[in-house]
Ligand binder design. Structure first.
Ligand code: C2E
Ligand code: CA
Ligand code: CA
Ligand code: CA
Length: 276
């Protein structure tokens, strides 16, 4: 047992060392990516179910690595959070998205993902205010997407952050609703303008006996009675689109309309009008 214990200790200690090295390498890579312009924002249309017009876009980060090619945010956002680089990446994304929005006509909206670590940063309201002011957009055109994990943090600080952001006049959306620690209490507590229903509820909605349709119908009726909009995420098929529409979602986002597009393609999509 002693040997085993020592062996294990050894193993873990080398492992931790390797982890630490990988982390600092990743931090350096992400710093480089930002400095060398390897990051790019893509934009996925959000479409109104009633008019089928594009009402806005969600900004999604991509990393164009010189050797590895395009890297999905699934593979680097968590490392950015682990290394603290998310603060810089997040601020860059926000500025980029606001500047892009300023180039587009009309009063469309831009949704930007905000990591719980950014949300815990007391500087966030001033970072957001600066991004809005320097791009020259209306605060109400910006929608910050926040996940339920922010409610795991200190509640006084969380409440104060919600108040400060609301005070700027930006919109707030609860992202990935239904995946985590979902509690209806959050809806009462926090001033959300929109709930984004996670794609795990949309998937399978068309199957006989699926409970997802009933769940979506309840979420939308609750949200709408609280004055919030709802976006169904990850809608891929015509049947899914029909069902989320029937069950009352006010907005849809998904491959059925469009994948995330680069800035050029998104501008063309917007100019060409109807989403269908
Ligand atoms: P998310 O915020 O839930 O973003 C929606 C994801 O669903 C995007 O993945 C989008 O490409 C994908 N998607 C959209 N429509 C469909 C569909 O019809 N079917 C399927 N299967 N997927 C669809 P993406 O771009 O790979 O981003 C993954 C996650 O990375 C995001 O999930 C978000 O949590 C995070 N992320 C992306 N950009 C940023 C960013 O700028 N800042 C932060 N903090 N997180 C980001
Ligand atoms: Ca995460
Ligand atoms: Ca999102
Ligand atoms: Ca989501």
């Amino acid at each position: 047992a002693k040997d085993g214990g020592r062996g294990r200790y050894h193993f873990y200690s080398e492992d931790l060392h390797a982890d630490a090295e990988a982390r600092s390498q990743m931090e350096e890579d992400l710093r480089d990516a930002l400095a060398k312009g390897q990051l790019e924002m893509f934009y996925q249309p959000v479409v109104s179910t009633s008019t089928e017009n594009i009402t806005g876009f969600e900004a999604l980060m991509r990393w164009h690595h010189p050797v590895k090619g395009w890297i999905s945010p699934h593979r680097f956002i968590e490392s950015a959070e682990d290394t603290g680089m998310i603060q810089q990446l997040g601020e860059w994304a926000l500025r980029q998205a606001c500047e892009q929005l300023a180039e587009w006509p009309g009063e469309i909206r831009m949704a930007v993902n905000v990591s719980p670590l950014q949300f815990a940063n007391p500087q966030l309201p001033s970072i957001v205010a600066n991004a809005i002011a320097s791009a020259g957009i209306k605060p109400s055109q910006l929608e910050l997407e926040i996940t339920e994990t922010v409610f795991l943090q200190d509640s006084a600080a969380t409440d104060a952050m919600f108040a400060a952001l609301k005070n700027l006049g930006v919109r707030l959306a609860l992202d990935d609703f239904g995946t985590g620690y979902s509690s209806l209490g959050y809806l009462k507590k926090a001033p959300f303008d929109k709930i984004k229903i996670d794609k795990s509820f949309v998937r399978g909605i068309t199957e006989a006996g699926s409970r997802n349709a009933a769940i979506i119908a309840s979420i939308t009726s609750l949200a709408h009675s609280l004055g919030m909009e709802t976006t169904a995420e990850g809608v891929e098929t015509m049947d899914e689109l029909d069902l989320v529409r029937v069950h009352g979602c006010s907005h849809v986002q998904g491959f059925i309309y469009e994948r995330p597009l680069d800035a050029q393609q998104a501008s063309e999509r917007l100019a060409s009008g109807l989403a269908a």
